[in-house]
Design a protein. Structure first.
Length: 115
């Protein structure tokens, strides 16, 4: 359930951590019908994943999965949580000079899915 607010309740530091992790390890794309932001990392990062899941209400954490000898979690944000909570943060904080290719993928996602 989404809170009755339009922004995430994060400190500047927490916003930086979230955007940094997503810029470094996340994927900005979609399934052909709707946009999504995903993050897949080793199960060693479970505490970070649990924090992200709480930081972005309505996002979902899946796993742990084991595939090809690798154990990982996958976090996903789509729908209202993406549009109303995460997109405004990404629009404020993503920068081409600090995010490189992730920034390009973010812009492609926005354009393709009109978000």
């Amino acid at each position: 359930m989404l809170p009755d607010r339009e922004t995430l309740d994060l400190s500047d530091f927490e916003e930086g951590v979230l955007v940094g992790v997503l810029a470094g390890e996340g994927h900005f794309g979609g399934d052909g019908r709707q946009p999504h932001v995903t993050l897949r990392m080793h199960t060693d990062n479970e505490a970070l994943f649990r924090w992200i899941e709480k930081a972005v209400p309505g996002s979902k954490l899946y796993g742990p999965y084991t595939h090809g000898g690798r154990s990982y979690f996958q976090w996903m944000c789509r729908g209202r949580p993406l549009a109303e909570l995460l997109m405004p943060l990404l629009e404020r904080r993503m920068r081409p000079e600090t995010s490189g290719r992730a920034y390009e993928r973010f812009l492609e996602m926005r354009q393709r899915y009109k978000v």
